[in-house]
Every structure is written in structure tokens, then in C-alpha cells.
Design a protein around this ligand. Structure first.
Ligand SMILES: [Zn+2]
Length: 138
């Protein structure tokens, strides 16, 4: 009996989790921290990127986690390149700003597509109404 319950509950939670994600609701810390490395490697889908940015901007814990990983990744890269930057916070800010720009751009494209679709729909409707008027009015 107990064993059965244990199996069912995670299943429900998983579905609930997925539904939340589909509705574009806020990402939790576990999910955000899972995405820290992929973020640094520039390996997030646009949806993940948007949720991730939103989360680290409002969650100091995950922001700190990101800073730590970012610092390490940047340090390693600079060792490779033999160059050194002492402004890691500035570098992270710049990277986040770039990501925000990506998200904003994508949102704009989405809205434009929607607007174009709506306009196309209105155009079609107008054409139809005009045609109707020609048919109806002698
Ligand atoms: Zn968090």
C-alpha cells in the first residue's frame, strides 16, 4: 500500500511540474541551478533562457550560484587565452545583458508575428466584407 502511494505521488508532481512549465510560470531553484552550466555554455533553449534570466534576477541564491560557476568558467577560459580580466562581475553583467537582449528580441519577433497574423486576418475579413457588399448591394 505504502509502496503504491510513493509511486503515484511523484508521477502527479511530474505532470504538475510540466504543466507549470508549459504555462510559463516561474522556474524553481532546482531547475534554475540545473541550468547554470548550460547557460554558461550558451546551451539553453530560448524558453529556458527566458525563465532562467527571470529567476536569477529575483533569486539571490541562484544568482550567487551563477556567479560562482561563471567566475570559474571565465577563469579557465582566461587561463587558456592567457588574458586576464579583473572585472568578473562586469563580465557577468555584460553576459546577462546580452542574454536579456536575446530574450527581448525574441519576444519582439513573437509579438510581431502575432501582429502580422492579426493584420492578415483583418485584411482577409475586410476583403470578405467588401466582397459581401458587392454581392448584396445591387
Ligand atoms: Zn533560486
Amino acid at each position: 500500500m505504502k509502496g503504491k502511494r510513493k509511486k503515484i505521488v511523484p508521477g502527479i508532481l511530474l505532470v504538475y511540474d510540466r504543466e507549470n512549465k508549459d504555462r510559463g510560470e516561474k522556474m524553481d531553484c532546482r531547475e534554475a541551478q540545473r541550468l547554470v552550466m548550460p547557460y554558461i555554455q550558451d546551451d539553453l533553449t530560448p524558453e529556458e533562457l527566458e525563465g532562467f534570466l527571470e529567476h536569477v534576477e529575483s533569486c539571490p541564491d541562484c544568482r550567487e550560484e551563477l556567479e560562482i560557476y561563471f567566475t570559474v568558467a571565465l577563469g579557465l577560459r582566461q587561463l587558456d587565452e592567457g588574458s586576464g580580466s579583473y572585472n568578473i562581475k562586469g563580465e557577468l553583467e555584460a553576459a546577462l545583458e546580452e542574454s536579456r537582449r536575446q530574450v527581448r528580441f525574441r519576444r519582439m519577433v513573437k509579438v510581431s508575428c502575432y501582429a502580422v497574423n492579426t493584420l492578415a486576418g483583418l485584411g482577409l475579413l475586410t476583403t470578405f466584407l467588401l466582397q459581401l457588399r458587392i454581392w448584396i448591394i445591387p
